[in-house]
Structure formats: structure tokens, C-alpha cells
Design a binder for this molecule. Structure first.
Ligand code: AP5
Length: 222
């Protein structure tokens, strides 16, 4: 399966993409995680991205394209969920181009839909593990020990771009730059919308159902 997960910041793309990738046995490719790792390592891409991410803007297309292209040639060659990429029409076209160069095409773009008033509290309560990328929420999805990653025991952090004013800027970017991409996938007939309201498990049940329909349709196409 070759999938894209779309949705506004905090819709739960990362949370659901990790589960779906595990279930399907395919790679989870998060451009946000890759960029945060590049920032932490101080690479040239990370240095370029850091101030833009802090302000809630989008990193230049060519920076993310290079990262995604590399993964498609390695662990994501046999199937993937792209989480947070593409997020502009130009990135969508770039992705089609690098996939067709490898004789691949997308099976579906799954859009997690969530109202703005639910987003801000979700982001304010998010805690993540900088070491293994695991995502928690102080009330909706808490770790066993507050502030400590269940998996690696490392300290959890609050992302610097989760401050309310930065979240609002990220939502503005999503509305302006990602909505045309969503419309483009709808016109191609591969957009699948999922209601992202409710608990993590309720949303997961909807995601699973949507993915099984995509798998059936793919099987039907041979
Ligand atoms: P990125 O990391 O991709 O951020 P995002 O798209 O804004 O999405 P988030 O990671 O904030 O949210 P999510 O939808 O994954 O939600 P999550 O599952 O964590 O990108 C960060 C930045 O990098 C961008 O702003 C940009 O600068 C740059 N960037 C990345 N990709 C780029 C690209 N392609 N081009 C250019 N720039 C790029 O959930 C959020 C919280 O809610 C968590 O605490 C979680 O536990 C909780 N939660 C999840 N589901 C539920 C639920 N059902 N009920 C209650 N709580 C829930």
C-alpha cells in the first residue's frame, strides 16, 4: 500500500499513521519527524528548517522532497504511509513524479478531518519523545509515568511549535496551502475522508475501515 495521510495540525495523523503502518507492515515516513531530527543534529537542512518550523511556516519544497525521495529508495520502497507530505500542490506533483520514476503510484490520500476548536487543546496537551518519536497526550493518551516515554524511558518534551500562536499560524498555512492539494486528490478520485473526532481508538476503527476499503479496491484493480 502507498498512502498519504493529510489533515490539519493535531488532527492525529502521526498517532494513526504509526498504528496503520504497524498493522500493514509498511514504512511510516513523517517529514515532521525527519525535519526535527535534522534540526537536532544540526545538519544544513536542519539549520534551514529550524526558524521556519518555530514560526509555523512551511519548509522549502526542495528540502523535503530530497528527504522523501531518499526514503522511497530505501525502507519505503515496498510500501509507505507519508505523514505530513505532501502539503502543497507543488509537493503533490513532485511526489507523483518521483513515484512514477520508480513505476509506483499512490493508492489513496486519507484526510483526517477535525474542527479548529478541538485542535488547540489537543496540541497544548501533546508530549512527544525526541528519541523514538512516540506521541502522547497528558489526558487523552497519557504515558504510564508522567513525563516519561513508555517505550524507551527517556524524558518527554513539549514541541516548540505547539504554542497557541504558532498552532494558529500552522492552521492558516494548512488552509491556504494544503486545501488546494486536497481538492486535487479529490478530483483524481483517491481522496478518502475520515472523521477525526472522538477517542484515539474510535478514530482508529474508522481509519481501519477506510484502509480495508482501499485495499479491496486495489485488489479489484488487480
Ligand atoms: P508535522 O510534525 O508534520 O506537524 P503537523 O502536520 O502540523 O501535524 P502534527 O504532528 O502537529 O499533528 P498530527 O496530526 O500528527 O497529530 P498527533 O498525532 O501528533 O510538521 C511540523 C512542521 O514541520 C511544519 O509546521 C512545517 O514547518 C514542517 N514540515 C513538515 N512537513 C513538511 C512539508 N511536507 N513541507 C514543508 N514543511 C513541512 O496528535 C496531536 C495530539 O493529539 C497528541 O498529543 C495526541 O496524543 C493527541 N491525539 C491524537 N488523536 C487524538 C484523539 N483522537 N483524541 C484526543 N487526543 C488525540
Amino acid at each position: 500500500m502507498r498512502l498519504v495521510f493529510l489533515g490539519p495540525p493535531g488532527a492525529g495523523k502521526g498517532t494513526q499513521a504509526v498504528r496503520a503502518a504497524q498493522e500493514l507492515g509498511i514504512a511510516h515516513v513523517s517529514t515532521g519527524d525527519m525535519l526535527r531530527s535534522a534540526v537536532a543534529r544540526g545538519t544544513p537542512a536542519g539549520k534551514k528548517a529550524e526558524p521556519i518550523m518555530k514560526a509555523g511556516g512551511l519548509v522549502p519544497d526542495e528540502v523535503v522532497l530530497e528527504m522523501v525521495d531518499e526514503r522511497l529508495g530505501s525502507d519505503a520502497a515496498e510500501g509507505f504511509i507519508l505523514d505530513g507530505y505532501p502539503r502543497t500542490l507543488k509537493q503533490g506533483e513532485d511526489l507523483d513524479r518521483i513515484l512514477s520514476r520508480r513505476g509506483m503510484k499512490l493508492d489513496a490520500a486519507l484526510e483526517l478531518e477535525l474542527a479548529e476548536e478541538v485542535i488547540v487543546p489537543r496540541m497544548a496537551g501533546r508530549r512527544s519523545c525526541p528519541k523514538d518519536g512516540r506521541i502522547y497526550h497528558v489526558t487523552a493518551n497519557p504515558p504510564k509515568v508522567p513525563g516519561v516515554c513508555d517505550a524507551c524511558g527517556g524524558p518527554l518534551i513539549q514541541r516548540p511549535d505547539d504554542r497557541e500562536e504558532v498552532v494558529r499560524k500552522r492552521m492558516e498555512e494548512y488552509r491556504a496551502k494544503t486545501t488546494p492539494l486536497t481538492d486535487w486528490y479529490r478530483a483524481k478520485g483517491i481522496l478518502v475522508r475520515v472523521d477525526a473526532n472522538g477517542t484515539v481508538d474510535q478514530v482508529w476503527a474508522r481509519v481501519k475501515e477506510a484502509l480495508s476499503k482501499v485495499a479491496k479496491a486495489k485488489g479489484g484493480r488487480g
